[in-house]
Design a protein around this ligand. Structure first.
Ligand SMILES: *[C@@H]1O[C@H](CO)[C@@H](O)[C@H](O)[C@H]1NC(C)=O
Length: 358
């Protein structure tokens, strides 16, 4: 309890410090503490790229986005803002990095970063391919293309400052497990969870090395969430029980431990690389175990539909059970946190990410 209050206080102080710094840098011009934010990964951070693909994994229809600006869907898998939207605001920006495949991703709009993430993507290109999403390999190719566009708009010097100073966020891994490994006998028959995590982490290391070679110096990567507590995972893998699936959470903890070791190794071999592993496992598990402490009342069922299975196309305007106010729900749909939970996660990210902006 004391520790909790201490951490909350620390977060508040840090948020104030960041706000003051931000004011000094000049928020009015839309300038942030860093020159830009560049986002890669999956549905946790996708801001609308999948709207432009033939994939079925999309969220550009109601009730998605009902608590977002203009109350309209954008392709975000949430009722409102993603954790990264709050982070971008905390850093002092007045607009979000545009989804790279959207019409907004052009000209001066490119100068504070871009978002390359694609729902159902993962560390394995084969995970993305299963769902016609954009693989991480392809996301990096788009990033390369983005770099030449920025050079054309802003000139080489300004572009280089953006690429070196920007914060790069990567969110991946959940889809590799929940939408691939656990339901794909070809994978689960060939690899133990431990071997599978090694496969993913090789891809993680390669991704960071490639990003580094393309100029990235400040990278934040999210850990795996408590996958066994995602409402859909409880339904699909819980064997009728209503609690978090221990096996899946154990896999996430083991993966996260290895990811921290892989990040340490990368930092050692790249001395001027700032690399932070954002722990989202513990903040989210804390919300799920003790929702009331943070003003939530429902952590098992998601707001959308019956709250036990629906995401993407199944979470739609035709579901009569959808809750009328998602504020008290930890989960918006059966895979994704609500805006209210994303705010809590973003506060945790801010505290953990201070190294990236120093
Ligand atoms: C949802 O509930 C919260 C907390 O009770 C309240 O502050 C908010 O205004 C409500 N939102 C809507 C859209 O009714």
């Amino acid at each position: 309890m004391g520790l909790r209050r201490g951490r909350t206080e620390a977060t508040k102080i840090l948020v104030s410090v960041v706000h003051v710094l931000t004011a000094m840098v000049g928020v009015s011009s839309g300038q942030g503490l860093v020159p830009g934010v560049i986002i890669f990964g999956d549905s946790v951070v996708d801001a609308g790229n999948n709207n432009h693909l033939s994939t079925l994994v999309r969220a550009n229809f109601p009730p998605y986005g009902r608590d977002f600006a203009q109350h309209s869907p954008t392709g975000r898998f949430c009722n409102g803002k993603l954790a990264t939207d709050f982070t971008v605001e905390n850093l002092g920006f007045t607009s979000y990095p545009p989804a790279y495949l959207s019409q907004e991703a052009t000209g001066n709009n490119l100068l504070h970063g871009a978002n390359f993430a694609s729902a159902a993507s993962g560390y394995l290109d084969s995970t993305a391919n299963l769902y016609q999403a954009i693989s991480l390999t392809q996301q990096l190719q788009y990033y390369k293309e983005y770099q030449s566009k920025v050079e054309r708009v802003a000139g080489k010097a300004k572009a280089a400052a953006l690429f070196a100073g920007a914060i790069y966020v990567l969110s991946a891994g959940s889809s590799d497990y929940v939408q691939n490994y656990y339901i794909n006998p070809l994978l689960s028959g060939s690899y133990t969870p431990d071997q599978f995590s090694d496969l993913l982490l090789q891809s993680f290391t390669t991704f960071v090395q490639n990003l580094y070679n393309m100029g990235g110096r400040r990278v934040g990567v999210t850990s795996l969430p408590p996958m066994g507590c995602l409402p859909a995972a409880v339904t699909l893998f819980g064997g009728g029980s209503n609690g978090c699936v221990a096996r899946l959470n154990k896999d996430a903890v083991a993966f996260n431990k290895k990811m921290n070791a892989a990040a340490q190794a990368l930092k050692k071999s790249h001395p001027n690389l700032k690399l932070v592993v954002f722990d989202i496992y513990n903040p989210l598990l804390d919300l799920i175990d003790h929702p009331g402490k943070s003003g939530f009342f429902e952590a098992r069922k998601a707001c959308c539909g019956t709250g036990t299975i629906e995401t993407s196309l199944l979470c739609n305007a035709g579901s009569p059970e959808t809750c009328s106010n998602a504020t008290g729900y930890v989960f918006w749909d059966s895979f994704h946190p609500s805006e209210a939970a994303n705010k809590v996660l973003a506060d945790a990210l801010l505290l953990q990410g201070i190294d990236l902006i120093s």
